[in-house]
Write a protein that binds this ligand. Structure first.
Ligand SMILES: [Zn+2]
Length: 174
């Protein structure tokens, strides 16, 4: 990520333990810490909702609505904000439960972010055909909304390792 020390321009800067930059010449230290990210598994009782990603990374693959938690934001607030932005729908806070967490690696514009993904779930007792009208996907980020029956979910179509692991576990435990 850095070729030169951002403080003294030394080329001796080192990247250690997969998360810390240290410059032996001026003492500069920068922790490239794990970023928190949230995702929501929306369960209709016999299907799960996915968003088909409209942009890189993993354009065209299935994902759950969600995204990075902003600075000074809690995970649940971040999830609710991302749902509002991405699918035009605000989940009820009290109906959300934390389901699982997995690490992920998210390369974006030549920088690799290590994330800690928090997967929440919500069960909605509404038929998928009615549910589809509840959501208005953000055109820039999302190609389409997909309701996939429990037995029709192909894990290979899912965008990221962590999302795949969460979907796999959810299907096994339901
Ligand atoms: Zn330096």
């Amino acid at each position: 990520m850095f070729t030169y020390c951002p403080s003294c321009a030394s080329t001796n800067i080192r990247f250690e333990d997969a998360h810390v930059f240290k410059c032996p010449d001026c003492g500069f230290v920068y922790y490239h810490n794990t970023a928190a990210s949230t995702a929501l598994i929306i369960d209709s009782g016999n299907s799960i909702m996915f968003v088909r990603r409209g942009k890189e990374p993993a354009a065209g693959k299935l994902d759950f609505p969600g995204g990075f938690v902003d600075p000074r934001e809690g995970a649940i607030d971040g999830l609710i904000r991302e749902c509002r932005e991405e699918i035009g729908w605000t989940p009820e806070r009290g109906a959300l439960s934390l389901f699982a967490s997995f690490p992920n690696v998210y390369p974006y514009k030549n920088i690799v972010y290590n994330t800690c993904d928090l997967f929440f779930s919500i069960c909605l007792d509404i038929p998928p055909e009615k549910m589809e009208k509840m959501f208005s996907p953000q055109q820039k980020e999302i190609a389409s909304i997909v309701f996939a029956g429990y037995d029709k979910i192909n894990l290979d179509d899912i965008a990221f390792d962590s999302t795949r692991a969460a979907a796999d576990l959810y299907l096994k435990l339901r």
